[in-house]
Design a protein around this ligand. Structure first.
Ligand SMILES: [Mg+2]
Length: 414
């Protein structure tokens, strides 16, 4: 495998994205600790916070009561998914005016490949990106940028200095700066894998780097471990661009199917269909987004997944997200529209890295089940077999597919 002698990739991650967009929108919020919540009032949790709030120790997914206890001045702002989507599109357009964007990893992360001149002047490139955001969008939205031989290292580099960071990991500096990164913070390790690694006497990133590729493969119990070895050691391991970034479906609910329970059945159905399309196109996803429109508000959330393509994995994630949403918004809301999106796609042939791992045996089993179900449905019609209840969708046919490109479009919120 090729081992680049210079930096080849950029990874950009916006700092506290939702909260900084809120501060950009409302100058009164600037410089103040801001927590974005899914819904106004009630018992709910923080889904994003500003750097001022982080300085107090407020964290994402913290309950509001607790966040208020540690930060009395915390300003709570209900989330505005449409605003964040518009900000995302505007920011992408600005960045793309400086450098082509390879991959949009999520609403606040993206990656680029460097050309010859960009490789020789990464600081200049980063400054041009930061400057265009500052002048053309606003000064409160900042990003942290990492450069490295491959995208994985660039992402880790970018995460080491936040907010408004710039980190350049030239191959000749490696692995020095990587050794300072806590093992759990390495994408592709995480807390669960760190536990398993501890059983193999690997408790630091330094220990991890001392392993051989074959040992990593054995610990991970699949090729992911070996691929992570090549990534961390600075080899060129990028998968080709996926060509499309999302599969999704959305649906307006008829008046008699607007309870949370009825909407959940529709969401399951939409997600099963989206997963089936994703498998047909031979992709895996590592993110699931759920979008809901109520009478007078929106709610959306995204959950990261290990790279998966089976119904069981995505439906289990949906169940979890649904419970969180239900706890946040209360049981009485009426759902006007529901949408699900599978994102962060990877071609099946290039499945790699971010798989989380100790469920891998189960995962393969569920994938086999999914393939069998698809086979049955292909032979006998659309919904002969499915996991869990497959109720006829309220209001009849599930309708035409809405294929989101990158981030759901404005009409999907109407
Ligand atoms: Mg971010």
């Amino acid at each position: 495998m090729r081992k680049p002698a210079t930096i080849e990739h950029l990874y950009l991650d916006f700092d506290g994205f939702f909260a900084s967009v809120e501060q950009q929108r409302d100058p009164r919020l600037r410089g103040r600790p801001v927590g974005v919540v899914p819904y106004e009032g009630g018992r709910t949790c923080i889904i994003a916070c500003s750097k001022e709030a982080k300085a107090y120790g407020v964290k994402n997914v913290m309950m509001v009561d607790e966040a208020r206890r540690i930060c009395r001045d915390l300003v709570l702002v209900p989330q505005k998914p449409d605003l964040y989507r518009r900000a995302h599109n505007a920011l992408l357009a600005e960045i793309a005016s400086v450098i082509p964007i390879d991959t949009v990893k999520s609403i606040d992360e993206l990656a680029c490949t460097l050309d010859e001149s960009q490789r020789s002047d990464p600081s200049g490139l980063a400054m041009r990106i930061k400057r265009t955001i500052r002048y053309n969008i606003g000064a409160t939205i900042t990003c942290s940028i990492g450069f490295a031989a491959n995208r994985h290292l660039a992402k880790i580099a970018g995460g080491t200095q936040k907010p408004d960071g710039l980190t350049i990991w030239h191959p000749h500096l490696m692995p020095g700066p990587l050794l300072k990164v806590p093992l759990e913070d390495i994408p592709g390790v995480g807390r669960r894998m760190a536990k398993r690694l501890a059983g193999h006497r690997v408790s630091t990133t330094g220990h991890l780097l001392e392993l051989a590729p074959k040992q990593m493969r054995a610990i991970w119990r699949n090729v992911t471990g070996e691929r992570l070895w090549y990534a961390l050691h600075g080899y060129a391991i990028e998968s080709p661009a996926s060509g499309r970034a999302m599969f999704g479906h959305a649906r307006v609910l008829p008046p008699d199917a607007r309870s949370l329970d009825a909407a959940y059945q529709v969401a399951r159905l939409l997600l099963t269909k989206a997963a089936r399309r994703m498998r047909r196109a031979d992709y895996y996803c590592s993110g699931l987004m759920l979008w809901l429109r109520f009478y007078d508000d929106d709610w959306s959330t995204m959950q990261r997944l290990p790279q998966v393509n089976d119904d069981q994995a995505v439906l289990a994630a949906l169940a979890t997200m649904w419970e969180q949403m239900r706890a946040a918004v209360g049981p009485k809301v009426r759902v006007m529209r529901v949408g699900v999106t599978l994102c962060d796609l990877t071609p099946a042939t290039a499945r790699q890295l971010d798989m989380l791992l100790n469920d891998d045996h189960d995962r393969q089993k569920w994938e086999a089940v999914g393939a069998a179900i698809d086979g049955l449905n292909a032979r006998f019609g659309r919904t002969v077999a499915s996991l869990g209840p497959w109720l006829p969708p309220a209001g009849g046919n599930v309708g035409g597919k809405i294929s989101f490109t990158r981030i759901p479009a404005a009409e999907d919120f109407q």
